[in-house]
Design a protein around this ligand. Structure first.
Ligand code: NAP
Length: 292
């Protein structure tokens, strides 16, 4: 039987409704509107479209939001000044610097300058460390979205064999750490694969839950997946243009083949993608509540 499709679009939309209600009651009870500052350097089309979507979502949810558009040749010093301004602005609870940054700017120095209590991307070492010891304040948005997708789809995570392909700091490593915690929505046995993994298929075929974040189109084919597995495809690969001039996307999983074998699978687009922005909003409202 073909797999159930886990729709990130639908789950994200339900979570946004919950956030909207939560934001309204935060305003009613405490007079606080969650505040998000997004900072973009240059006009990289993908970055512009991500930041525009983040700003639009924040406004739709009743958040206070501001955007800084900085020129491609902005200095690191100027960018750090702007971060400091928002670190000290009580109306702003979350600061997001859109990556990548141009090469004259040290990305880590910028991310580490964000007040950890306003680090709604969850990339500051303080928050990474807190996540590691099971005391997370903010989870990075994509891994957080994956965990919500699994939980809200009723997937049994506790005790499951989870295999993750990809060990980036923004997806693979944090989702591994999150699902390995002794906690609700976690407590799995986790295997983390990468290009040094000797026999990738040996591991992927053992997975009850397979999470793929490799950035390689169709890296996972049906013969690498166990019958009945739940497959989360994080990959977003641009593989050409549609006749309407939009980017044509595919994931890291051969969707058509794998859906015949898996019990549930996320599509690309419409799977993990819509969850990432929603989790940014969830982190922002959590940051606002820290100030009460
Ligand atoms: P990344 O930094 O490029 O890391 C890719 C990881 O996959 C690396 O750890 C690499 O191993 C591993 N890998 C690559 N090819 C492999 C192979 N054939 N076998 C085993 N491991 C392999 O990637 P990322 O930033 O995590 O992003 C991964 C994908 O997710 C991309 O397509 C990206 O666009 C997408 N993404 C989507 C969202 C969303 O919201 N939907 C968010 C973030 C990322 P090594 O470490 O050994 O090099």
């Amino acid at each position: 039987m073909p797999a159930k499709i886990i729709s990130g679009t639908e789950i994200a939309s339900r979570i946004r409704e919950e956030i909207k209600e939560d934001a309204a009651s935060l305003m009613e009870q405490h007079g606080i509107a969650p505040g998000l500052a997004t900072i973009i350097v240059g006009r990289n089309p993908a970055s512009v479209s991500y930041v525009t979507a983040k700003q639009k979502t924040a406004k739709d949810l009743g958040f206070y939001s501001v955007q800084e558009d900085l020129p491609e040749d902005v200095t690191e010093e100027r960018l750090l000044e702007i971060i400091e301004k928002y670190n000290n602005d009580p109306k702003i609870h979350g600061i997001l610097v859109q990556l990548p940054l141009p090469k004259q700017i040290n990305e880590n120095r910028v991310l580490y300058a964000i007040d950890p209590d306003k680090d709604v991307d969850g990339f500051h070492p303080t928050n990474v460390g807190r996540l590691m010891i099971g005391e997370a304040r903010f989870y990075p948005c994509t891994p957080y979205g994956i965990q919500h997708l699994l939980m809200r789809s009723g997937v049994q995570i506790d005790g499951a064999e989870v295999v993750i392909v990809g060990r980036s700091n923004i997806v693979g490593k944090p989702i591994a750490m999150m699902l390995a915690q002794k906690a609700k929505g976690a407590n799995a046995t986790v295997t983390l694969c990468h290009t040094g993994t000797r026999d990738l298929a040996f591991h992927t075929k053992r997975a009850d839950i397979l999470i793929v974040a490799a950035g390689r189109p169709k890296a996972i084919t049906a013969d690498m997946v166990k019958e009945g597995a739940v497959v989360i495809d994080v990959g977003v690969n641009r593989i050409g243009m549609t006749p309407e001039g939009k980017a044509k996307l595919c994931g890291d999983v051969d969707f058509d083949g794998v859906k015949e074998k898996a019990s549930a699978i996320t599509p690309v687009p419409g799977g993990v993608g819509p969850m990432t922005i929603t989790m940014l909003m969830l982190n922002t409202i959590q940051a606002a509540k820290l100030t009460i």
